[in-house]
Design a protein around this ligand. Structure first.
Ligand code: ZN
Ligand code: CO
Length: 329
């Protein structure tokens, strides 16, 4: 499965320009689903038939990035963040645009390091004049972090693990599920990083009986980290809450029961800040029961997000077991 993860995390796809990653995923899942469509927000909605109730899984395929706001006369680009982009992690990084143009992120001279803000930073694409730059990149163009996948054995590192590792989990579960107990809607959503936008309209049109978002979550297991009871290697996390959602208790209990019945290790998650597609799904129509399974991830929203491979494998097992177990909540 590492090859699949490498393929999906390395693909270009900042929020608002998910075409390449959508086409990649559609090509991979086509043999394993009964129907597939793309809606007006670019969500990829696949259906695998199996039962009377509709179970929707949502994994967001967009990633954080930058949008070009201005090209100066020396060919430097100014940019605005697309999603939760920190200046601390962007300096010295490389971004790539849809046409393959790569740039380096630099900063103006600062009095102190704490003065580093995104509006003091720029992208250098190797151009010397405005005209030269504009031949490659124009305002409104979206850049994503450029960084290769690294396999450390038990741990994997890449940009966009948030939430492509969750996309890979959903793909792998679709490939290997034997007897789905529901009509499974596997939705690869867009614009999550801009406020759960794709999931909102996808949940409305699918109108599921039950929605489960698949994403990454933060951990509390690095030196002097924030206090959080999630660690790498202790299994996928069953979410209790984040800033966007209080998971429906019946859904959480169902997910926990499925994990226990199948001897899949899991941990409970309380995330203080951050949202997931479940927040949008739950508040659709008259309210939809919603839960989240998270893959624990260190250094979220940096160019080097780290997950544990056993957590990923156990995440696939849990998603597959959920697909195969009737929800009676
Ligand atoms: Zn995410
Ligand atoms: Co994110």
């Amino acid at each position: 499965m590492k090859e699949l993860i490498k393929q999906v995390v390395e693909c270009y796809g900042p929020a608002g320009n998910e075409k390449a990653i959508r086409e990649l995923i559609a090509g991979i899942i086509a043999p394993f689903v009964d129907e597939m469509r793309v809606d007006n927000l670019g969500n990829l909605i696949a259906l695998k038939r199996g039962g009377d109730k509709k179970l929707m899984f949502a994994a967001h395929m967009d990633e954080i990035g930058v949008m070009v706001t201005h090209v100066d006369k020396h060919g430097f680009l100014r940019f605005y963040p697309v999603g939760g982009v920190s200046p601390l992690t962007m300096l010295g990084n490389r971004v790539v645009f849809e046409n393959g143009t790569t740039g380096v992120i630099g900063s103006e001279k600062l009095e102190a390091q704490k003065d580093l803000t995104l509006n003091k930073m720029f992208i250098d694409i190797g151009a010397s004049t405005k005209e030269e730059a504009e031949a490659k990149v124009r305002i409104g163009d979206l850049g994503a972090v450029s960084r290769e996948f690294v396999d450390l054995g038990p741990r994997l590192v890449a940009k966009a693990m948030d939430a492509r590792v969750a996309c890979a989990v959903l793909i792998e579960a679709l490939k290997t599920v034997a007897n789905p107990a529901h009509d499974i809607y596997a939705v690869f959503t867009t614009q999550e990083e801009l406020g759960l936008r794709g999931a909102r309209v996808a949940a409305y049109s699918v109108s599921p009986d039950l929605g489960i978002a698949l994403d990454v979550t933060r951990t509390g297991d690095t030196p002097s980290s924030m206090i959080m009871d999630v660690s790498l290697g202790k299994g996928p996390a069953v979410k209790i809450r984040d800033s966007s959602v209080l998971c429906t208790p019946a859904v959480r209990r169902y997910m926990e029961q499925v994990a226990k019945d199948n001897s899949i290790p899991y941990q409970l998650e309380v995330l203080e800040a951050g949202g997931t597609d479940a927040g949008a799904i739950q508040l659709t129509q008259g309210g939809i029961p919603a839960g989240v399974m998270s893959i624990p991830c260190r250094y979220v929203h940096t160019a080097s997000e780290m997950v544990d491979y056993a957590d990923v494998e156990n995440g696939v097992k849990l998603v597959r077991a959920i697909m195969e177990t009737k929800y009676t909540g």
